[in-house]
Design a protein around this ligand. Structure first.
Ligand code: IPM
Ligand code: MG
Length: 341
């Protein structure tokens, strides 16, 4: 039996419990797992003085992939920076993939199947911010490079092929940010010419925000810079069930970290109330990355099935707790196996 070594980073708040749920689901699949636990977040900071200890980074580097829950970032601790951003930078996880697909539930718009591909390492996220004029002015630098723009566009086009999404829309604001967004636009469209089988087009970010609401079915892949991708991916997730089910992958050359898009929801922590489907969906994305596409499909089907029959948490109209939802997904997986045998 094939065995994979996975770093598990629960983090803070509801992170550990949704990751536990995802792990339980993965463990019923015909795959061997070796779990390496790693510490991250506010808890790690309080214990080790660092929200992303070197040991955690090494654990991820030793693993085939990582599954990450969520972290709490206290707003009032000076010089504290979210470890999520450092994680992406230190491991060069340059591509953030956020799929938004319709779910069998009335809160979801029908027939949506789109993927937001967000550049994950530069833009206003480089952290070059400063205060000038005795606090009367603050300045942030937006950094865009040819290299990062080209590699994110290549991933976007490859993902479009893999997922059978024929359209790739380059989203920017080059009418105002002529140099930064302009460079991204130019490079992305140039790289896109190497994919004649895809329909590559472009859209201004404000138009894209509008079109996502008006006609979400018309999109395939949306490829964009870091901050626009942050905003558009939250918007897009609300079309198909919201943050309770939104999953993501942070991909690099060496490794990948899979995480639910939602935060650590401290108010729900330890109450067995959090929706684990975003974490379980992220585990399905991890299976795909590991080359277990068949199992990824099976898990996605099981997730949709529990949503359809409302074996879900209250946010999706059910009455189950976190671990009971994991149990329901497991039952669906086993049921399907029996039917096939
Ligand atoms: C996300 C989050 C992060 C981001 C925060 C927590 C730093 O919103 O993953 O989208 O802005 O990238
Ligand atoms: Mg965000």
């Amino acid at each position: 039996m094939k065995t994979y070594r996975i770093a598990l980073l629960g983090g803070d708040g509801i992170g550990p419990e949704v990751i536990r749920a995802a792990r339980r689901v993965l463990e019923v699949l015909p795959i061997g797992w070796e779990w390496l636990e790693g510490e991250i977040g506010w808890q790690a900071y309080q214990q080790w003085g660092d929200p992303l200890p070197a040991e955690t980074l090494n654990t991820i580097r030793r693993a085939d992939a990582a599954l990450f829950g969520a972290v709490t970032t206290p707003p009032d601790v000076p010089n504290y920076r979210s470890p999520v951003l450092r994680l992406r930078q230190e491991l060069d996880l340059f591509a953030n993939l956020r799929p938004c697909r319709s779910i069998p539930h009335p809160i979801s718009r029908p027939d949506v199947d789109l993927l937001v591909v967000r550049e994950n390492t530069e833009d206003l996220y480089v952290g070059r911010e400063r205060v000038e004029e005795d606090g009367e002015m603050a300045v942030a630098e937006m950094v865009i490079t040819r290299r990062a723009s080209a590699r994110i566009m290549r991933i976007a086009c490859e993902q479009a092929r893999q997922r059978n999404l024929r359209r790739v829309t380059v989203v920017h604001k080059a009418n105002v940010l002529r140099q930064t967004s302009g460079l991204f636009r130019r490079v992305a469209l140039e790289v896109g010419r190497a994919y004649p089988d895809l329909q590559v087009d472009e859209m201004l970010v404000d138009t894209c925000a509008m079109e996502l609401i008006r006609a979400p079915q018309s999109f395939g892949v949306i490829v964009t810079t870091n901050l626009f991708g942050d905003i558009l991916s939250d918007e897009a997730s609300m079309l198909v069930g919201g943050l309770g089910v939104a999953c993501s992958a942070n991909m690099g050359e060496q490794t990948a970290v899979f995480e639910p898009v939602h935060g650590s929801a401290p108010a729900l922590a330890g109450k067995d109330q959090a929706n684990p489907l975003a974490a379980i969906g992220s585990a399905a994305m991890m299976l795909e990355y590991l080359g277990e596409g068949m199992l990824a499909r099976r898990l996605e089907k099981a997730i949709n099935r529990v949503i359809a029959v409302r074996q879900v948490t209250p946010d999706l109209g059910g009455t189950l707790g976190t671990q009971a939802v994991a149990e329901a997904v497991i039952q669906q997986l086993l049921l399907e196996e029996e039917v096939r045998e």
